[in-house]
Design a protein around this ligand. Structure first.
Ligand code: OOB
Length: 556
């Protein structure tokens, strides 16, 4: 990098900012506060230094830090990184489980001006190497093997594949690497607060096809994301938020998640295991008021209310998102827990939609939410790119103050994923109500081409879910000599309503045909499975499912 250039030049190489006109519009609207992402925490630490900020309820815990203690820990970690030679605008891959070290390290990096790549604990070398190389990362932060997977081995492989990753810091037993650094903040010079228009961190795209992409979120836009989300959730200093999903994911991190709760002066409780037998006790013990789950976990929690003895009545808001929550599950959750469900339709690329606490319950059960900012520009378009009327299905396009204008260092990909005027093509099929609420109906590419007919997987799935004995389902296309692709439905059976006889293809086809599903959409194969494979954050992973089904001897 030529030395006469701004040190941020390398970071900004491949970053797609808002256009000047758009940026001006957002500035005029006063939505950006021009402050670093850690400002919310600092303000809370000034206001209420002695309130609990963070409880580590993972296998490392239990341990609680007050706001003053937590802020000091993040300053020491920042100083440690500076002393270790990390410099502002450099990128570092962060891969830690939900723990105190995760929170302290994240804020330590932000204070040091170092830009973390927020990978998830379930990512493995293929994704980590791809993301480290793509971001130009100079360091990797992982943990020892105490939770079952040894990230030190991953680090070794990473350094051989991506030699620019010069340093490795390990939470726990470092082995031949460096422990997570801490230093006296007075002993080093902490950098000045970063420019709020610069990327603060990188999120990782959640798609289940191909390798994840890097999503640069600025201090301004991510701080806005946290504040708007906290407003919609009605967060106050009295709230206690349980982190049950992997903390580095946008949903528990910032919707409103960890960042939103710190901004409001509330209490964050970190769990490293989302199962009801762990989390229900934590909810009771800490009087948790808010948490976020993916639908499969919400289903599990709903069932567990039948047998878990813990009192979870403190929960006032159960956010469910990341994948479509079936209406029947939303109804069941309300029945089991009271009217606490909030649907969340979000994406690492930006747009977040929420149902509101004062929306009628039947609406909350049916739609995935409405955009959180008045400046979110949502379009629903047909295949030709023309806007469709409310109530009609189309692809969701979005532009707005906290939605990216392009993936990082991905010019070719951006040609396809963004319109020339900067709308992100989400790939999600939605319908919009006149009220602005969106219902997600599927993914545009999730189509099976069977004997020349296009079959939308979600259409078949929705109808299958109406069967009493079906708890979860995923429909995928498998290659077939005669049909091109055949329709395969992988089904998890319901515990409450198990079928009287083994579920057969003919029974399912008759059931679907009686519901009025066209004959060319009827499954050609049924597989009863005990679980469906999931992505790093817990969404059904069709890519892996397809590979698994294909590797079965009977698949051919
Ligand atoms: C969240 O973010 P990502 O980046 O992991 O995944 C985004 C994609 C969306 O484009 C959509 O396809 C799907 O996940 N999705 C939903 C959904 N929420 C996300 N599909 C149907 N219904 C929903 N409620 O998943 C995410 C980010 C922030 C908050 C919540 C979720």
């Amino acid at each position: 990098m030529p030395t006469h250039l701004d040190p941020a030049t390398d970071l900004l190489d491949g970053f797609a900012p808002h256009t000047d006109a758009q940026a001006q519009k957002y500035r005029d609207a006063g939505v950006f506060l021009d402050r670093p992402l850690f400002a919310g925490l600092d303000l809370a630490a000034e206001r209420t230094p002695d309130s609990p900020a963070l409880t580590d309820a993972s296998t490392d815990g239990p341990r609680t830090l007050t706001y003053a203690e937590f802020r000091d820990a993040t300053l020491r970690r920042a100083a440690g990184f500076v002393a270790a030679g990390l410099r502002p605008t450099q990128r570092v891959v962060l891969q830690l489980n939900n723990s105190l070290d995760f929170a302290v390290t994240l804020y330590g990096l932000l204070r040091a001006g170092v830009v973390p790549v927020m990978t998830l604990p379930a990512h493995r070398i293929t994704e980590i190497a791809h993301l480290a190389a793509g971001a130009g990362a100079v360091a990797y932060i992982g943990e020892d093997g105490r939770r079952g997977f040894d990230y030190r081995e991953l680090a070794t492989e990473l350094q051989s594949r991506v030699p620019d990753v010069a340093q490795v810091f390990i939470s726990g037993e470092p082995g031949r690497f460096t422990p997570l650094p801490d230093a006296d903040p007075a002993s080093v010079e902490l950098p000045a607060a970063p420019d709020a228009g610069l990327p603060a961190l990188f999120l990782v795209s959640g798609g289940t096809t191909g390798l994840p992409k890097l999503i640069a979120r600025t201090h301004d836009d991510y701080d806005l994301n946290a504040r708007l989300s906290a407003d919609v959730a009605g967060l106050t200093a009295d709230d206690t938020y349980l982190v049950a999903l992997p903390a580095a994911h946008n949903f528990p991190l910032c919707c409103p998640g960890i960042l939103g709760v710190f901004g409001a002066g509330g209490h964050v409780v970190l769990a490293d295991n989302p199962s009801p037998d762990n989390t229900f006790d934590l909810i009771e013990r800490h009087r948790v008021t808010v948490t976020a789950l993916v639908p499969a976990l919400a289903q599990l929690w709903c069932a567990a209310t039948e047998w878990e003895p813990a009192d979870i009545s403190s929960l006032r808001l159960l956010q469910v998102g990341g994948a479509k929550l079936a209406q029947s599950d939303a109804v069941a959750l309300d029945a089991a827990l009271g009217p606490v469900v909030q649907q969340v339709f979000g994406m690492a690329e930006g747009l977040i939609c929420y149902t509101r606490t004062d929306d009628p319950r039947d609406l909350v059960q049916q739609v995935q939410g409405a955009p959180m900012s008045e400046l979110d520009e949502v379009r629903v378009v047909d295949e030709g790119g023309a806007d469709v009327p409310d109530g009609e299905e189309g692809e969701l396009l979005v532009r707005g103050p906290y939605t990216i204008r392009g993936y990082y260092r991905a010019a070719a990909h951006n040609e396809k994923s963004f319109t020339p005027d900067g709308f992100y093509r989400s790939g999600d099929k939605v319908t919009r109500l006149p009220s602005g609420h969106l219902a997600v109906t599927g993914r545009i590419k999730d189509t099976i081409v069977r004997a020349g007919e296009n079959v939308a997987a979600d259409d078949v799935e929705e109808n299958l879910l109406a069967h009493d004995s079906v708890r979860q389902v995923a429909v995928v296309g498998l290659p077939d000599d005669a049909l091109g692709e055949k329709i395969c439905a992988a089904v998890v059976l319901s515990h409450e309503h198990p079928p009287a006889r083994p579920l057969e293809l003919a029974t399912i086809r008759t059931f679907l045909a009686e519901r009025g599903l066209a004959s060319f959409k009827l499954p050609d194969v049924i597989r009863v499975v005990t679980t469906l494979p999931v992505t790093a954050v817990g969404k059904i992973d069709k890519k892996v499912l397809r590979e698994t089904l294909l590797s079965e001897p009977s698949a051919g």
